[in-house]
Design a protein around this ligand. Structure first.
Ligand code: ADP
Ligand code: MG
Length: 276
């Protein structure tokens, strides 16, 4: 297979879409595992109070575990909360606990409330190739913290009715944060998720997304796959749960595209993989 080059600087990617259930968490953990399995050092930051990314990575996140809440609200060091993901070398997770549900409000009265995650990341001294931030389904202060901390936004889009609805609001927020707080911020990557090539609707939505966004859309799309949805209940990503499945291969392929784009190569995928 073509290589998965490592970036020369840490790439911080914010996985965002204020719609729930579009595949943010699934995309975050499976891309992270794909990148780590190919020699990258990757940190997943779980920024959703639900803690689904932590669960999917098999990371303990009961209420007493040091978590990203402590980093954002109590100025704990990121290094004090990061845990290794046991079955994937080079993969790490800063878990979310239920405390984080209150952070949206607690942050309001804190100094530098929009840039607390950014500061924590800048102070983190472990070498990393990627940081992937799994955002909650809202555009509040948690998501704003992610947008201030990252340069790249990755938007998963589910190929269904109203797929593009609400995206305008996310894009306006990206513009606002870019204008006021983080000039480097841009939407670098769009990933089509839960794609069912047999339906006309899915291909119509895919077409619409490609017309609307163009080059940002990865050639690889992620198929709807039972194996992908089963993996989290075993505390695993699909990459270790069923490495040969179409879901695992498509996330690997998407990760490869992202890695290649990072070094300036827009990859012409082979037809062997699920693609729109
Ligand atoms: P979000 O984080 O945007 O809310 P999730 O990643 O949690 O979305 O995905 C929502 C639901 O869809 C989950 O139950 C997940 O297992 C399932 N899911 C996500 N991607 C796929 C896929 N490619 N095939 C099948 N099920 C999927
Ligand atoms: Mg989620």
């Amino acid at each position: 297979p073509p290589p998965m080059p490592r970036p020369d600087q840490t790439r911080v990617m914010v996985v965002a879409n204020q719609k729930g259930g579009v595949g943010k968490t699934t995309t975050t953990v499976n891309l992270a595992a794909s990148l780590a399995l190919h020699g990258n050092r990757v940190l997943v930051i779980d920024l959703d109070p639900q803690g689904n990314a932590s669960t999917a990575l098999g990371i303990d996140h009961h209420a007493d575990v040091p978590s990203i809440y402590d980093v954002l609200v109590d100025s704990k060091q990121l290094s004090e909360v990061v845990q290794p993901v046991l079955d994937v070398e080079g993969l790490f997770c800063a878990p979310a606990t239920i405390d984080l549900a209150g952070a949206e409000i607690e942050l309001v009265s804190l100094v530098a409330r929009e840039s607390r995650l950014d500061r924590a990341i800048k102070a983190y001294e472990q070498p990393l190739d990627y940081i992937l931030i799994d955002c909650p389904p809202s555009l509040g202060l948690l998501t704003v913290n992610a947008l201030v901390a990252g340069a790249e936004v990755l938007i998963p889009i589910q190929c269904e009715y109203y797929a593009l609805e609400g995206l305008g609001q996310l894009l306006r927020n990206v513009e606002l944060v870019r204008g006021h707080l983080n000039p480097a911020l841009h939407v670098s990557t769009i990933l089509l998720t839960m794609y069912d090539g047999r339906t006309r609707l899915a291909s119509q939505v895919a077409e619409e997304v490609r017309t609307h966004f163009g080059r940002e859309v990865l050639r690889t799309s992620i198929p709807r796959s039972v194996r992908i949805s089963e993996a989290p209940s075993y505390g695993q990503t699909v990459l270790t749960y069923d490495p040969g499945s179409s879901g695992a291969l498509s996330y690997l392929e998407a990760a490869r595209e992202i890695a290649l784009r990072g070094v300036g190569v827009h990859y012409d995928g082979s037809k062997a993989h699920p693609m729109v």
